[in-house]
Design a protein around this ligand. Structure first.
Ligand code: NA7
Length: 558
């Protein structure tokens, strides 16, 4: 293969979209593996980083351990890089990704500031043609989606949202030159949203002494538990450097690729004292252990979940001075750990400050946004200078939906059921169909990193695996001179059924959240779907390897 370029159209062997961790990893490996191929990466932002480029809101940081999150393949960088904190803040993580790009001279193959608008499959020559917003076209044989599963921000569908006269920020579109002590000084801030993002941002804004007031508008209380972040000293870092292989090995042995794993006992296997002892131990330790390290039946057995939720409720009560506020902060509609558990560093204590106020939207829903602030039922208007939307993302399928797809036979990728073109869509009503979470029916030559039906967990670990599978697949195409690969309908149906099976029995599957495909701000996303691989990443990898070893059974090549 080779490249012919004209001013109107650029031609590539492989086109990658998105320069987050997925895109950076894919670009590096594909370039290394296929040096004779022409490869280009298109990115809407002005630099690499993805999630860590866009999400610059105060308090943005990992809640997975920094040392388990780095790329495992750059051994040299692992030995050079110093994670400053056990749970890295956004600016440091962005620096790390920038360093990877710099060290491997990746930016030379990336076009920044390019937002893709449409994509069309050409059956005649087995290529995709992408069109960007500026009207430029890019033709490619293979295409790798590194679009991100939390990259399409959504604003709340509240009447009057455009009428507000003050400043408005979505947390994932935060200004690059923001300084809180300057930009929020003396201001009345309102935050809508109490997911992982809201909890981090609220905590940090509440700590800023110059802020006049902070009102938090909470529609659904979320569980949250202490992060327990610490600095990493040079000595500790030296120790971790020697341990990296062991750390990554450990991640490979756990269902979500974190260093944490469930206690093998069931809640009912132990005495009340033993149960309390484990809970207190994991609660006192840093990181996700308090979510993922609980008894193994905690998220599949209602009684077990209730016991652990009661324990967590009491922890909240102990930390919030006003009992009425504590009650509002305790989730009533879902058990602990059945949604993604945000980790916090003083979130509950924020509500003990005299200038921080919680508005329970279950009690007094928002009627509208006014030029001066937020009007809730009972005619209360909260006057604000700044409105922060921590309202999340059109998750998993959202970034795909932002592109106008003309797949095989002109089919759209995402569409609404009912009348019209949507009926022909491959993912009707945002309900994904894939094979191995990597390929999609009627979307030949497209491979996804962190796409629907893949395990998310510790993202870097999942990314490395997906990129590995894609490289193997591309190698097979190259070795056999194939320019066309697509999953069979049977393989897609079987895989999609397997993914649905994996989700059965999990209490999280009964709860609305981005993980179950619900976002009430997005048309067509009001009912639950199985959008992610909820089984073990170990089983996921086994199935991918089985497919490779079988000569890619389930895929057709030509
Ligand atoms: P999430 O977890 O989807 O949270 C969004 C929050 O915004 C959540 O509390 C929502 O309440 C709230 N929300 C959304 N729309 C509205 C309206 N219209 N009115 C009031 N409140 C609203 O997004 P995050 O950014 O926090 O986190 C996403 C993931 O990113 C996170 O899990 C990490 O893995 C990284 P709701 O619960 O829907 O009632």
């Amino acid at each position: 293969m080779g490249s012919v370029e004209t001013p109107q159209q650029e031609n590539y062997d492989v086109l990658i979209i998105g320069a987050g961790l997925s895109g950076v990893c894919a670009l590096y490996h594909i370039r290394e593996r296929f040096p004779s191929w022409t490869i280009r990466l298109l990115e809407a932002g002005t630099d690499v980083g993805g999630t860590w480029y866009w999400n610059r809101y105060p308090g943005a940081r990992f809640d997975s351990e920094s040392i388990s999150y780095a790329f495992s393949w750059d051994k040299e960088l692992l030995q050079d890089w110093h994670w400053k904190e056990a749970f890295s803040p956004q600016p440091e993580t962005l620096k790390y990704i920038q360093l990877v790009a710099e060290k491997h001279n990746l930016r030379k193959d990336i076009r920044f500031g390019v937002r893709v608008q449409s994509a069309t499959w050409n059956e005649a020559d087995h290529t995709w043609v992408f069109l960007d917003e500026a009207g430029k076209s890019y033709k490619t044989t293979f295409f790798i989606s590194c679009l991100g599963f939390l990259s399409a921000p959504t604003l709340p569908n509240i009447p009057g949202i455009d009428k507000f006269q003050g400043e408005r920020f979505h947390t994932s579109r935060w200004p690059h030159d923001f300084i809180m002590s300057r930009d929020f000084a003396g201001k009345r801030i309102g935050v809508i949203g109490t997911g992982a993002t809201g909890i981090q941002a609220i905590t940090e804004i509440a700590k800023e002494p110059s802020v006049k007031s902070l009102h938090v508008f909470q529609r659904t209380a979320n569980w949250s538990a202490p992060l327990r972040n610490t600095e990493i000293t040079p000595d500790q870092m030296a120790h971790y450097r020697a341990e990296y292989d062991r750390i990554f090995e450990r991640c490979a042995q756990t269902p979500m690729c974190f260093i944490h794993e469930a206690d093998p006992r069931k809640s009912s296997d132990v005495t009340d004292e033993e149960r309390l002892q484990l809970w207190e131990t994991i609660y006192s330790q840093p990181g996700f252990g308090k979510w993922l390290g609980a008894f193994r039946d905690t998220y599949v057995n209602r009684e077990a979940n209730k016991l652990y939720s009661d324990f967590m409720e009491n922890k909240i009560r102990q930390r919030v001075h006003d009992p009425a506020v504590a009650e509002m902060l305790i989730p009533k509609n879902h058990g602990f750990g059945t949604r993604r558990v945000p980790l916090e560093s003083g979130y509950f204590e924020a509500y003990n400050k005299p200038n921080v106020h919680l508005v329970d939207l279950q009690e007094t829903p928002i009627e509208k946004i006014t030029p001066a602030g937020i009007l809730t039922s009972e005619d209360t208007e909260y006057e604000l200078d700044v409105m922060v939307f921590a309202t999340g993302f059109d998750a998993i399928t959202g970034a795909f939906n932002a592109i106008d797809w003309h797949a095989k036979d002109g089919r759209p990728l995402v569409g609404a059921s009912g009348a019209g073109k949507g009926q022909d869509a491959i993912w009707i009503d945002h309900k994904p169909k894939t094979f191995l979470g990597i390929t999609v029916p009627a979307m030949p030559n497209m491979f996804m990193v962190l796409g629907p039906h893949q395990p998310f967990g510790n993202a870097t670990r999942s990314i490395e695996h997906a990129v590995h599978v894609i490289c193997e697949l591309l190698q097979y195409c190259k070795d056999n001179h194939y320019s066309h690969v697509e999953p069979t309908q049977q393989a897609v149906d079987d895989w999609t059924e397997h993914v649905h099976e994996c989700a059965k029995g999990a209490l999280s599957n009964e709860i609305d959240s981005w993980m179950t495909g619900v976002n009430k701000n997005v048309a067509g996303k009001t009912t639950r779907s199985v959008a992610r691989y909820a089984g073990s990443a170990i089983e996921f990898r086994r199935r991918c390897e089985e497919c490779r070893a079988s000569g890619w059974k389930g895929l057709v090549f030509s």
